[in-house]
Design a protein around this ligand. Structure first.
Ligand code: AMP
Length: 481
């Protein structure tokens, strides 16, 4: 198997990788790094969680080190565009940590904070500038940043840029770039036609194309469960899940900002330390919440999709979808928060009666039937842990299962009794700019994945469910959809 030491990366980079404890490149890294090191353009179909940041950061840093020079004032040699401030910050941190033995200079620029610090950071020129499009355009208009020195452009999460209305700003930014030959790296999780068009405009002819199918691998790697539950009992059910000490570091997704605040409050009231992040929170609040969650000071991070996308937090034990997303692809992004870089994870989705259609859409896009429990008629909400996703088999593929009933699932291991909590909760009403995709956009998972694309630990997909155990179905728990 290829090792980082086989790729010809400069010594300071190998040292930084060793510091991180990384020895083996992920598939996208193994495929992208050698070509990008030679200066080729790249079209990468990949999402966060595949190791794609290092797939571009390492060869870029290698190239900078081979041709050391100072960027012009107020400019950068590398420009990375990212859709959200959180992702921009993470990318900036990755460049710093991989480049720490090279003395690389990095600036991160995003909206919602004052301009002064960003202007000071850029004044003398930096090696790498990571920016969100809107704020960068403001700086370009004010001439507090110029793109005269840019030799390498990275566009990350292009499809999310499209969702967030950033395509026009990106085209404007590209017009500020120098005409001199430039290396371009373009990443997107999906390839809707507008993104394909944009990639054609930005990339030089014949880019290296690398495609990993993380949605499929993520879907395969995560133990998933759907719990059918009345809307009014979601709050109690959530509290009950947290009775399980295994729910150590949990991201809870809501559809709305108000819903996120309400769920976080409800958890606090039931004694679970929780914080919320969403688009109405200030940058400082968002950073503090993330830091507390990362440090393990709180067990639950309650988030809306926009705020959580691209967030990379290690060792998230569970993802709970308090409400199903309107956009099926978001389901995949959400569960991907718990299966970082090849790790397995567990995901629980609550589904109220009026969310059944959303569930159908999700199962269509991911081509799987998610094992489910019906919690609507439970007198007590006890036995929630019977529904824990870490005890059963993996979801079955819709395309391999036909009309068979659920097979290969184990009986719940634990059946503790809890006294049920009160009702309340319920979904909020205000929407936070959920990505609006047209029905014509490509689904996140298309067809069987290819063996070579799988993340570490991914075995071959095996038709009807894992294990093949014929454990009895506990009556009244399994759904009979
Ligand atoms: P990304 O897809 O860039 O968001 O990376 C996902 C996570 O994988 C990050 O926490 C990285 O630090 C981690 N990672 C990246 N490359 C490797 C590697 N070769 N081995 C192990 N972990 C990695």
């Amino acid at each position: 198997m290829t090792q980082f030491t086989d790729l010809g990366l400069a010594k300071p980079l190998l040292k930084a990788l060793a510091d991180e404890g990384y020895t083996t490149p992920t598939p996208i890294q193994a495929q992208a790094i050698p070509g990008v090191m030679t200066g080729r353009d790249l079209l990468g179909i990949a999402q966060t969680g595949t190791g794609k940041t290092a797939a571009f950061a390492l060869p870029i840093l290698h190239r900078l080190g081979e041709d050391k020079k100072h960027a012009p004032r107020r400019s950068a040699r590398v420009l990375v565009l990212a859709p959200t401030r959180e992702l921009a910050t993470q990318i900036g941190e990755s460049f710093k940590s991989y480049g720490k033995h090279m003395g690389v200079t990095v600036a991160v620029v995003f909206g919602g904070v004052k301009y002064g610090g960003q202007m000071r950071a850029m004044a003398g020129g930096v090696d790498v500038l990571v920016a969100t499009p809107g704020r960068l355009l403001d700086h370009l208009g004010e001439k507090s940043i110029t793109l005269d020195g840019v030799e390498i452009l990275v566009l990350d999460e292009a499809d999310q840029m499209l969702d967030m209305g950033f395509i026009v700003p990106i085209r404007k930014i590209v017009r500020y770039l120098p005409k001199a030959p430039r290396q371009n790296l373009f990443f997107s999780a999906t390839m809707p036609s507008e993104i394909e068009k944009l990639s054609g405009e930005i990339l030089n002819p014949n880019p290296l194309k690398v495609s990993v199918t993380p949605q499929a691998t993520t879907v395969d790697r995560v133990n998933q469960r759907v719990l059918f539950v009345e809307q009014s009992r979601k709050r109690a059910l959530l509290g009950e899940l947290f009775d399980d000490a295994g729910f150590k570091r949990v991201i809870v997704f809501t559809r709305t900002k108000r819903g996120a605040d309400r769920v976080a409050r409800g958890l606090e009231q039931s004694g679970v330390d929780a914080v919320s992040i969403h688009g109405d929170k200030s940058q400082g609040q968002r950073e503090r919440a993330l830091a507390e969650f990362k440090a393990g000071k709180v067990r639950a991070l309650v988030a809306t999709d926009i705020a959580a996308r691209g967030i990379d937090i290690d060792a998230v034990s569970h993802v709970v979808q308090y409400e199903l997303p309107n956009v099926p692809e978001s389901y995949v992004h959400r569960i991907g928060r718990t299966a970082r870089a090849g790790a397995d994870g567990s995901a629980v989705a609550f589904c109220a009666d009026d969310e059944r259609n959303l569930l159908k859409d999700i199962e269509k896009v991911t081509r799987q039937r998610i094992p489910s429990f019906d919690r609507r008629n439970d007198k007590h909400l006890g036995a929630a842990t019977a529904a824990m996703p870490d005890v059963g088999g993996k979801p079955e593929r819709a395309d391999t299962r036909g009309s068979q009933p659920h097979r290969g699932q184990h009986a719940p291991k634990r059946n503790r009794n809890h006294s049920g909590g009160g009702g309340g909760g319920g979904g909020g009403s205000r929407h936070e700019g959920a990505p609006a995709r047209s029905a014509g956009d490509k689904p996140a998972f298309k067809g069987p994945s290819r063996g070579g694309d799988r993340g570490r630990g991914g075995g071959s997909r095996s038709g009807a469910g894992g294990g093949g155990s014929s454990a009895p179905r506990p009556t009244g728990v399994w759904s009979n959809r």
